[in-house]
Design a binder for this molecule. Sequence first.
Ligand code: GLU
Length: 400
Amino acid sequence: MRLSAPRLDRITASPTLATRMLAQRLRAEGRDVLAVSSGEPDFDTPEYIKEAAIAAIRAGATKYTDVAGTRALRQAVAGKFRRDYGIDYTEDEVLVSSGSKQAIFNALLATMVEGDEAIIPSPCWVSYPAIVELAGGTAVIVPCEPAGGYKLAPAQLEAKITARTRWFILNNPCNPTGAAYDADELRELGAVLLRHPEVNILTDDIYDKLTYDGFPTATVVEAEPRLRPRTLTVNGCSKAYAMTGWRIGYAGGPRALISAMEKLQGHSTSNASSIGQAAALAALTGPEESVTAMRETFSRRRDMVVALLNDAQGLLCHKPLGAFYVFPDISACLGKATAGGAYLADDGAFVAALLAEEGVAVVPGSAFLAPGHFRLSFAAPQDMLKEACLRIQRFCGALS
Ligand code: GLU
């Protein structure tokens, strides 16, 4: 009897989702757990978006749509790309999927063959290497240093490109480090990529609305239009509009790639939820005040969390330019014992002891291919964040 195919042995279950579910289970059991682990805005979906979904249900928009999404939504996605980046995609160059994760999955599965490589700067979001491996490819991880703001330098990219490189995957701004690339930095990476016409570029811009201190958001095709024929621009509604549960992601790219992705999606999930699409249409065509308000709140929380964590003994916390995570370096804490008697051999032990002894749930850095760190999400209420940071200070202060 085979209940799991060998290809699944190449990956582990999503650690971000696992941590979220563990924290929820412990809370349901009555434990005092502060869940500051999840990449999910704590805000409710704005009212005008919910109303649009309710109206869609009432109007009977409860049937299949085109696999690639309703025309209205694809036009709205094209409008977003035009408005925010000055890039022109036709509706045939846009695909709507069940979360941006599915868009990435579609793209890699549709294009990679055994032996192909995908270059991924790290620390990186947990699912990029897993999706590459599931697609039969090999993830080529390029560690990026804190001294460089955890950003990939053009020479690092150049050094990793081989005849087997099929994709370069960029997350801008980055989960978990908050590193963000402006147009000049993207142009410099683009100059390398122009020399390698066989490499496709996947830019995951899901956090593009969430940059701080006026950091100028940019995307690859905007910065280097000559890369347009081989770039897939991925985004979604989850983070900017607090719509994680609606599962609406989207991508713009060359027609041939979008149609390959559509073919694949037509045999897996078909269209994304018709109701979710109606909500996404309202999000992408509606007022942006709620996004601005959420960004300002995230910005205040970021400043508080960075200050409090830098006051914790042994932690080194950089200030993220975007997204809603901090990713402190905890290497000075490793090799020590906690007040509860646990030995901190690595970041996994640190995170487990922090949860057991202080009831604070965060994600270990090794999940993002960066051991010696943890990720804390500041997409949580200010009071909870403050309490979590104070508990982390107490935990670190008691190490010996
Ligand atoms: N992207 C979010 C995170 O990193 C949501 C969970 C996931 O899809 O990994 O926490």
